[in-house]
Design a protein around this ligand. Structure first.
Ligand SMILES: Nc1ncnc2c1ncn2[C@@H]1O[C@H](COP(=O)(O)OP(=O)(O)O)[C@@H](O)[C@H]1O
Ligand SMILES: C[C@@](O)(CCOP(=O)(O)O)CC(=O)O
Ligand SMILES: [Mg+2]
Length: 321
């Protein structure tokens, strides 16, 4: 029996970092996916491999740990956390991961890998689950690996589409799709969400009153953006993205490369451009009702870029006999 599951990456439009402090956020699932396949392993041992990441490991059932055969743990820590927590080590399985989401680029690779692995394992074991159960458990896994994580990334990867996460952590899907295109620019410099989230917490502890008001103001910009999306007001959406960017700058998560991409996008016709995700490397998001090609080509001169298509397809799981 073989269980196959996949989950999309995501891009955060508004509210990254503020969402860790119970402010709202808006994010969209993008059509880049993590795919996990789980099947019986006739060799009688549980193995895990990813050709895309050059990684292989084998479960040592006696020590109940994974022996690294090749590659480095990195994003695999999310998979190993799930296998340690949810897999009965006496049922030998072969787990395979493929990924076409740039890693550490603010596109939610960690969340997509976590959601896809959990869905594949639940499916394989016949554990009854729905998307709410899946999103909750995936968030717990990201938290245990990263130390701090909001439910945003794993919720968007689970539900798909364009998602609003409220201050009360309620997820609601917009019934409107953004009419215009987005272009994502990403650097070769990776960010590490866990570390960057901790650096913001450190700054906040040093200047609590200032950072608290900045974080609350990001929340207000996110609520204004929700109205702009509901009324298809692109120019307001773009202005709010630029305001959100100025506030993110003050959290200390920007870099020279990210700034370069933001101003390249704005200078080539983007009506809004900001960091998406944790920052410290990773990606920017540019709103381009027109000029998508022009912005895409301008970003490609010094960095990488992709034209983001929002996907309604969140986590998908099926069993093949
Ligand atoms: N080349 C790599 N191979 C495997 N794992 C990696 C690689 N580069 C980074 N990682 C790990 O992948 C994870 C990326 O997760 P995160 O920092 O949340 O980025 P994202 O924005 O893609 O979700 C981190 O745990 C990081 O240590
Ligand atoms: C910075 C943060 O708000 C988003 C992280 O996004 P990513 O891991 O860079 O894709 C952290 C979180 O919400 O868990
Ligand atoms: Mg992440």
């Amino acid at each position: 029996m073989e269980s196959v599951a996949s989950a999309p990456g995501k891009t955060i439009l508004f509210g990254e970092h503020a969402v860790v402090y119970n402010q709202p956020a808006i994010a969209a699932a993008v059509d880049k996916r993590a795919i996990v396949t789980i099947k019986d392993n006739p060799k009688g041992v549980t193995t895990f491999r990813s050709d895309d990441l050059g990684f292989e490991a084998e479960l040592d059932t006696r020590k109940k740990t994974y022996k690294l055969i090749k590659g480095k743990p990195g994003i695999i820590r999310y998979v190993l956390e799930i296998l340690n927590k949810w897999h009965d080590e006496h049922t030998p399985i072969d787990v395979k991961l493929s990924l076409n989401i740039p890693i550490g680029s603010g596109l939610g690779s960690s969340a997509a890998v976590t959601v896809a692995t959990l869905a594949a394992l639940y499916n394989y074991t016949g554990f009854p689950f729905n998307k709410r159960v899946l999103a909750n458990e995936a968030h717990k896994i990201e938290q245990s690996v990263q130390g701090m994580a909001s439910p945003l990334d794993t919720a968007v990867s689970t539900f798909g589409g364009l998602v609003y996460l409220s201050r009360e952590k309620e997820i609601s899907k917009f019934n409107t799709d953004i009419k215009s295109n987005f272009v994502i620019g990403y650097t070769n410099k990776k960010g590490n969400t866990g570390q960057i989230v901790k650096s913001v917490k450190f700054l906040k502890n040093k200047h609590p009153r200032i950072l608290d008001s900045i974080i609350k103001t990001i929340g207000k910009a996110t609520d204004e953006a929700k109205d702009a999306l509901m009324t298809d007001n692109n120019s307001k959406l773009g202005e709010l993205m630029n305001i959100n960017q100025g506030l993110l700058d003050s959290l200390g998560i920007n870099t020279y490369e990210l700034s370069r991409m933001i101003y390249t996008a704005r200078g080539n016709g983007a009506i809004g451009a900001k960091i998406t995700g944790a920052g410290g490397g990773g990606s920017i998001l540019a709103l381009v009702p027109k000029n998508a090609e022009k912005v895409f080509n301008a970003l490609k001169v010094e960095d990488n870029a992709l034209i983001a298509k929002i996907t309604q397809k969140g986590a998908l799981a099926k069993v093949r006999e």
